[in-house]
Design a protein around this ligand. Structure first.
Ligand code: NAD
Length: 290
């Protein structure tokens, strides 16, 4: 396929490289990031979109997505699909989908799980909102960039799935870290704590697959001085999106709200910025009951 790719940063770069490797023709545009080898560089986002079957965006936030979409939609060929893989607010996803539909284009919100490792290895999970026709058209590209693509529903459903998943992730990471810190203070060995919880009802992805305690469980950022991995500020971004959505939808999410407050404090007032989000464990270790 002819693919226009806009936003070739930490995630978009390797995703575009994988599409190219599998024989797609990829034209890229980024304000700053270099193009992966073989991706032709367009002079503007609109130029990257011209004549493409699918235009993929992988951008920092909803405001940037809206401005890029306003530029590329008029440049896209009729019947082409605009597929946004960034994590953005549900409202921006829906607004962009409406504009695309009004211009006779397909549109998908298709945020990802799996991080830079998943982007590089082509093992991302895509959670996708939009029409079945648009999903079917882009599916071969999802199959190259990822291991799974779930069509979640109409426009915005992909972003809804993403922020609900990551709200669970943030809350669970905090619960896992505070439980380890309590176990320390009770004199319980961390390995024993892992052996029990990872096979008991407290098990979770954060405990079993991404254990925040160094030297315990499978290798994780905890074993690499808490270098990300998934940075605390990206967790904070997703938790804020979950709370923005909860407010708009009038949903009561007390744990998500508290998780957002804790990651805000960690990133903005403490030393969490640039650390993996599992560095909540050393944070709790240093603290006392207030
Ligand atoms: P990044 O900052 O590395 O990449 C974003 C790129 O967009 C940058 O290269 C930037 O120059 C470019 N850009 C910004 N404004 C632009 C514009 N107007 N036109 C063209 N290019 C523009 O970020 P990333 O880590 O690649 O993340 C991208 C998206 O993926 C974000 O929405 C993020 O929340 C989401 N995400 C990231 C991860 C992760 O682990 N990094 C995991 C899942 C989802």
């Amino acid at each position: 396929m002819k693919v226009g790719f806009i936003g070739l940063g930490n995630m978009g770069g390797p995703m575009a490289a994988n599409l190219l490797r599998e024989g797609n023709e990829v034209t890229g545009f980024d304000l700053a990031a270099p193009m992966p080898e073989g991706v032709s560089k367009a002079a503007s986002a609109a130029d990257a979109a011209k004549g493409a079957d699918v235009v993929i965006t992988m951008l920092p936030n909803g405001a940037i997505l809206r401005s890029v979409a306003a530029e590329v939609i008029p440049a896209m060929a009729p019947g082409a699909v605009l597929c946004d893989c960034s994590t953005v607010d549900v409202e921006s996803a829906r607004a962009v989908a409406e504009q695309a539909a009004a211009a006779g284009l397909g549109a998908l919100d298709a945020p990802v799980s799996g991080g830079v490792g998943g982007a590089t290895n082509g093992t991302l999970t895509f959670m996708v909102g939009g029409t079945a026709a648009a999903f079917d058209k882009v599916k071969p590209l999802f199959d190259i960039m990822g291991q799974k693509a779930v069509h979640c529903g109409e426009a915005g459903a992909g972003q809804a799935a993403k922020i609900c998943n990551n709200m669970i992730l943030g809350v669970t990471m905090i619960a896992t870290c505070e439980a380890f810190a309590l176990a320390d203070k009770l004199g319980l060995d961390r390995q024993k704590m892992f052996d029990v919880v990872s096979t008991s009802s407290g098990y979770s992805w954060t405990m079993n697959a991404y254990c925040p305690a160094p030297g315990v469980g499978p290798k994780s950022p905890a074993d690499n001085d808490y270098k990300p991995g998934f940075a605390a500020e990206l967790m904070l971004k997703d938790l804020r999106l979950s709370q923005q959505a909860a407010e708009a939808a009038d949903a009561d999410t007390p744990m998500g709200q508290l998780a957002a407050a804790l990651y805000t404090q960690f990133v903005e007032q403490e030393d969490g910025r640039g650390m993996d989000f599992s560095a909540m464990l050393p944070r709790f270790e240093k603290r006392h009951r207030t």
